[in-house]
Design a protein around this ligand. Structure first.
Ligand code: ZN
Ligand code: ZN
Length: 577
C-alpha cells in the first residue's frame, strides 16, 4: 500500500520540479554553438586568428561603449548558462560549461577590477592582426585585402580610444608598447604595399586602401609620440599586487590550489631538487674531475658538474638528425613499458622547420587550428645553419645530449603531441578555443618525470641531473613570478635565484626578469599543472592500491581533453565511487 503511494506520488513531484526544466546535452550543444558565434561577433580579431573569417572586415574599438558591449555579452551568456545544471551534463559538456563560465567571469573581472586597459599600453596593437591577413593564404588575396581595407578604417578610432583609456601606465608596459607599435609599422608600410602591388584589385581600390593605411600609420605614430611624453616619476608599479594576483591565478590557471599553496610547494620542490642534485654531483665528481678538490659550496659544485656534462652535445650539422633519431625510440619505450596507447595510424610527422619559422632552433609542435580539421600536426625541427660558432656552441650546450631527450619527451612523445592526439578524440570547440594551459603544459612536464621514473635512459645519473636542472627551471619560474608580483622581490634577488639556484646563464636570467615585469601568472602554469597531475596520480595510487594501472590512468586522464586538472580529477574520482 505504502509502496503504491510513493509510486503514484513520484510523477507529481517530477512534474512540479519540471517547472524549472533541466536542459539536456542536446540543448547545451546548441547553446555552445550560439555562444561561439556570439563570441566571434564580440571579438572579430580573435575570430580571424582562430581561422573563422566571417568578421574579417571588423575591428572592435576599445572605448567605453565597447566595454559596455563586452560586459553585456558576458552577462547575457552567463544568464543562459544558468538554464543548465552542470551535474546533469555529460563529462565533456560539464567541463565545457565550467570553462565558458570561467571565461565570462574573467571578462567581467578584467574590465571591472584588473583594468589593464588603463595601465598597459602594450595591450593596444593591431599590427599582428593585419600581418596574419597578409601571410595566411586562407582565401584569395583580393578578398583578404578588401576585408583588410574595411578593418583598416577603424584603426584611427582604435588608437584614439586607447589614448583616452590610459591613465598612469607602468613604465615597463609603456616602453614595450613604444617598441612593439613602432616595430609593427612595417606591416602597413612594407608588407601591405607589396601585397597591394601583387593583387588584381582595381587601381581605385588599391588607392583607397593605401590612403587608409597611411591614416593608420599616422594614428599609430601619434599614439607612440604621445606615449613618449608620459611622465613616469609617479608611475604605477609593474607588480600586480596580492589581491589582483590571487584572482588572476584563479581565472588563468583554474587550479585546485591557491597561489600561496603553489608557492610553498615550489619552495619544497626546489629544496628537494637541490638535495638530489647534490647527491648526483658527488656521485659524478670522480668520473669528471678525478681527484680534484670539490668546492665547499654545494651549488657551486653542482654547477661545475652540469657545465662539464653539457659539453656532450650534437654537432651543429647533426642537430636535426639527433632529434629525429629519438622519436621512434621514445615511441618504442612508451609501448614496451605499457605507459600509454599510441595510435599507430597517427604517427608524428617530423619536418624541417618551414622558412617563416627559420632561426628558431630546437623543436616545436604545430597543430592545425580549430577550423582546419584536415590539417596535419607537425614536429618542426630547427637547424643551426647560419648561426655563429659561439652562438651555436652555447645553444648546443644548453640542449646537450641529455637535455635534448627531455625536450623531445616534453614536446613530442609522450608530451604535447600525445596529448593532442587524445584531445582530438573528444573534440570540443570550447576546449580548442579556451583550453587550459596549465593542464596542457602540466602534462608535458609530468611526462618528463614519468618517463625517467619508468627507467627511460637506464637511470643514467647524468640524465637525472640534467632533468633536475630542467625541472628546476619551471619551479624557479613559479617562485619568481609569485615573489615578484606579491612579495616585492628585487631584480637582484630574482637574478640570484635564477643564476645561482637554478643554474641559468646570465642572458637567460635577464630575459626571464624582463618577462616577469611584463607578464604575470603565466610563468606558474607549468609547475602548477605538473604538481596537480602528479599529486592526483599519487592520490589515486593510494586509493586503488594494487589495482592502480598507470596506462589506464594516463588514457583516462587524457580522454577528458584540455580541461583544468581539478575538474578532470573530480570526474575521475566520481566515476570510481
Ligand atoms: Zn661543444
Ligand atoms: Zn610545453
Amino acid at each position: 500500500m505504502k509502496k503504491g503511494w510513493t509510486l503514484l506520488f513520484l510523477p507529481l513531484l517530477l512534474l512540479s520540479c519540471g517547472q524549472k526544466e533541466v536542459k539536456s546535452d542536446t540543448e547545451f550543444d546548441a547553446f555552445k554553438e550560439s555562444f561561439i558565434e556570439d563570441m566571434w561577433k564580440q571579438y572579430p580579431g580573435w575570430a580571424s586568428s582562430a581561422g573563422y573569417h566571417k568578421y574579417d572586415d571588423q575591428l572592435s574599438v576599445p572605448d567605453e561603449a565597447g566595454r559596455k558591449k563586452e560586459l553585456a555579452f558576458a552577462e547575457k551568456n552567463l544568464e543562459k548558462l544558468e538554464e543548465f545544471d552542470p551535474k546533469s551534463l555529460s563529462a565533456n559538456n560539464k567541463t565545457d560549461y565550467y570553462m565558458i563560465e570561467n571565461q565570462l567571469k574573467s571578462v567581467q573581472w578584467r574590465i571591472n577590477e584588473e583594468k589593464s586597459y588603463q595601465w598597459d599600453p602594450s595591450g593596444y596593437n593591431v599590427s599582428g592582426l593585419f600581418a596574419e591577413m597578409l601571410i595566411n593564404d586562407y582565401e584569395a588575396l583580393e578578398k583578404r585585402l578588401q576585408n583588410l581595407g574595411k578593418r583598416l578604417q577603424k584603426v584611427p578610432a582604435y588608437y584614439e580610444a586607447a589614448q583616452k583609456n590610459i591613465q598612469n601606465p607602468t613604465k615597463e608596459h609603456t616602453d614595450l608598447a613604444i617598441m612593439q607599435s613602432t616595430g609593427g609599422l612595417s606591416v602597413f608600410e612594407t608588407d601591405l604595399k607589396a601585397a597591394l602591388e601583387k593583387s588584381k584589385l582595381s587601381q581605385a581600390e588599391k588607392d583607397k586602401i593605401a590612403a587608409d593605411a597611411a591614416k593608420a600609420v599616422a594614428a599609430i605614430q601619434k599614439y607612440v609620440a604621445w606615449l613618449k611624453t608620459i611622465d613616469h616619476s609617479q608611475a604605477r608599479s609593474f607588480r600586480l599586487g596580492k589581491s589582483l594576483y590571487a584572482k588572476k591565478f584563479e581565472f588563468d590557471i583554474q587550479s585546485g590550489y591557491s597561489y600561496n599553496e603553489i608557492y610553498q610547494k615550489a619552495l619544497d620542490r626546489k629544496k628537494f631538487l637541490h638535495g638530489k642534485m647534490n647527491e648526483l654531483a658527488d656521485q659524478l665528481w670522480p668520473k669528471y674531475f678525478g681527484m680534484a678538490e670539490k668546492p665547499a659550496d654545494q651549488l657551486v659544485k653542482i654547477k661545475q658538474v652540469i657545465d662539464k656534462i653539457s659539453l656532450v652535445h650534437a654537432e651543429p650539422t647533426g642537430f636535426q638528425a639527433a632529434i629525429e633519431k629519438q622519436i621512434p625510440e621514445l615511441v618504442q619505450f612508451v609501448k614496451d613499458k605499457d605507459l600509454l596507447y599510441m595510435d599507430p595510424k597517427k604517427p608524428l610527422v617530423v619536418r624541417k622547420e618551414p622558412d617563416y619559422m627559420a632561426g628558431v632552433a630546437g623543436a616545436s609542435i604545430s597543430a592545425p587550428g580549430p577550423y582546419d580539421k584536415k590539417g596535419n600536426t607537425y614536429y618542426n625541427v630547427g637547424s643551426l645553419s647560419g648561426w655563429g660558432a659561439e652562438e651555436a656552441e652555447s645553444y648546443l650546450r644548453e640542449y646537450n645530449q641529455y637535455t635534448l631527450q627531455i625536450l623531445n619527451i616534453h614536446e613530442a612523445i609522450p608530451g604535447h603531441y600525445a596529448q593532442l592526439v587524445y584531445s582530438n578524440q573528444s573534440p570540443s570547440m570550447i576546449k580548442s578555443l579556451l583550453g587550459n594551459g596549465a593542464m596542457v603544459e602540466g602534462w608535458a612536464v609530468y611526462t618528463e618525470l614519468m618517463m625517467l621514473e619508468n627507467g627511460y635512459g637506464n637511470n643514467l645519473p647524468e640524465l637525472w641531473l640534467m632533468y633536475y636542472k630542467w625541472n628546476l627551471r619551471t619551479v624557479c619560474n613559479t617562485i619568481l613570478d609569485i615573489s615578484v608580483h606579491t612579495k616585492n622581490m628585487s631584480e637582484k634577488e630574482g637574478l640570484n635565484l635564477l643564476i645561482n639556484e637554478a643554474f641559468q646563464q646570465e642572458a637567460e636570467a635577464k630575459g626571464k626578469w624582463k618577462r616577469v615585469t611584463l607578464t604575470s601568472v603565466q610563468l606558474c602554469s607549468y609547475f602548477t599543472g605538473f604538481t596537480e597531475i602528479y599529486d592526483f596520480r599519487e592520490e589515486l595510487k593510494k586509493k586503488e592500491g594494487s589495482a592502480f594501472n598507470l596506462k589506464k590512468f594516463h588514457e583516462k586522464f587524457l580522454g577528458y581533453g584540455s580541461a583544468p586538472v581539478k575538474y578532470i580529477r573530480e570526474l575521475m574520482l566520481a566515476e570510481k565511487d
